[in-house]
Design a protein around this ligand. Structure first.
Ligand SMILES: *Cc1c(COP(=O)(O)O)cnc(C)c1O
Length: 375
């Protein structure tokens, strides 16, 4: 992506720019919005509108793209999770909406497979939900899920993430939960791209699905999508700003709603194959600069359906006797500009995700990485 405005505001604030080779990670700024998204946000600053009407129009656009009955622009997938829990606990009952986060006397348990727990699961608890896990290695997952669903279960949560898996497919989990009239809520925050994710979980029977707006979708960083059953979206909306439910602090403004919809419009029109190919080229530039270094295994991980782009994984063999991964990551981060890379979460490897590199930064990363591995 080309540089647009430079970083004058960050200069004025005395904040340094970083080279983001970690991917769409909130802690390093999430994503960079395409000009079309920025333009839509600027256009939306100029008028007052009725938020209810805007929410409805945006919701219609979201249902058009997702195939869901209904949709809502929310303040990030984290807010999407909070509102999923709130919607399943309260429905459209205003007394229950007023009661949250106190869930005394109402079904309040969000059931989740033990390996589906993430740092984000706590967002459910913000609505007053109690998170209950099921599953262990001993039994059969079907039976374990059936046994775990009870009178206090408000919803079954299901997560799509490269590091989390469940032996039951979403469709299997949906069958079991729906047989007991329990809604299934999906966290698909990181699953865009591919475009097919927009529709696939809804097609597989999920009742509510949330996506980040500010990761691969490249909308405003603080936005997200919630889509699903009309009654549950209505319930989510009643719990959220501009209404006065538990989701009131997770407000989205008219500019963010406009930006998210512009990002969706652009996302479905993007040539994702060409984009993937350019990320692959950047990966090659980085991988080929270090492939000859003894003691490393350098792999371009390019075909994991759960990943949103190719990445360079650097594994350290037993005969590696230079600095460890953490030290190398610190050296990269200490550079000016600071270069941020990730860890791949398997075996102490370094993981470089070029999806967030600007044009030309792959060469800076390639050179720095070689130097910092060898020094
Ligand atoms: C990033 C992420 C979220 C939160 O998404 P935001 O849009 O940043 O609020 C939720 N769940 C998972 C698995 C994530 O990776």
């Amino acid at each position: 992506m080309e540089s647009r405005t430079g970083s004058a505001i960050f200069d004025r604030l005395g904040v340094s720019r970083v080279i983001n080779a970690r991917g769409w990670i909130t802690a390093v700024g999430g994503s960079i919005m395409p000009q079309e998204v920025v333009d839509a946000m600027v256009e939306a600053t100029d008028s007052y509108v009725d938020l209810g009407e805007l929410n409805e129009a945006a919701g219609n656009a979201v249902s058009g793209y997702t195939g869901a009955e209904s949709g809502l622009v929310v303040a990030g997938a984290g807010a999407g999770l909070l509102l999923q829990a709130a919607a399943c606990i309260t429905g459209v009952d205003q007394n229950l909406i007023d009661q949250l986060p106190d869930t005394d006397g109402i079904p309040n348990e969000i059931l989740i497979y033990k390996d589906h727990l993430t740092n984000y699961t706590r967002c459910y608890r913000g609505a007053g939900a109690k998170v209950v896990t099921y599953g262990d290695e001993a039994g059969t997952p079907h039976k374990q899920l059936e046994a775990a669903l009870g009178p206090k279960t408000a919803a079954l949560a299901y997560v799509f993430h490269p590091w989390n898996s469940c032996p039951l497919t979403l469709e299997q989990a949906v069958d079991i939960a729906h047989a007991r009239n329990i809604p299934v809520i999906v966290d698909a925050a990181v699953m865009l791209p591919p475009v097919s994710s927009l529709t696939s979980y809804i097609k597989q029977g999920a009742d509510l699905v949330t996506f980040s707006g500010g990761k691969g979708l490249r909308g405003p960083q603080s936005t997200g999508i919630l889509c699903g059953r009309a009654d549950l979206i209505k319930a989510a909306q009643l719990n959220m700003s501009p209404n006065h439910g538990i989701g009131r602090p997770a407000k989205v403004c008219k500019e963010e709603i406009a930006g998210l919809i512009a990002a969706l419009d652009l996302f479905v029109k993007t040539d994702h194959e060409a984009e993937w190919a350019s990320w692959r080229t950047s990966s090659e530039v980085i991988a080929s600069s270090i492939r000859d270094i003894a003691g490393l295994k350098v792999k371009i991980e390019d075909n994991d359906p759960n990943r949103q782009g190719p990445a360079v994984a650097i594994y350290f063999n037993d005969n590696w006797n230079r600095a460890d991964a953490e030290t190398i990551m610190q050296r990269l981060a200490a550079r000016k500009p600071s270069i941020r890379v990730g860890s791949g979460n398997y075996a102490g490897e370094i993981f470089i995700t070029p999806v967030t590199l600007k044009d030309g930064e792959e060469y800076i990363v390639a050179r720095a990485l070689r130097e910092d591995l060898l020094s």
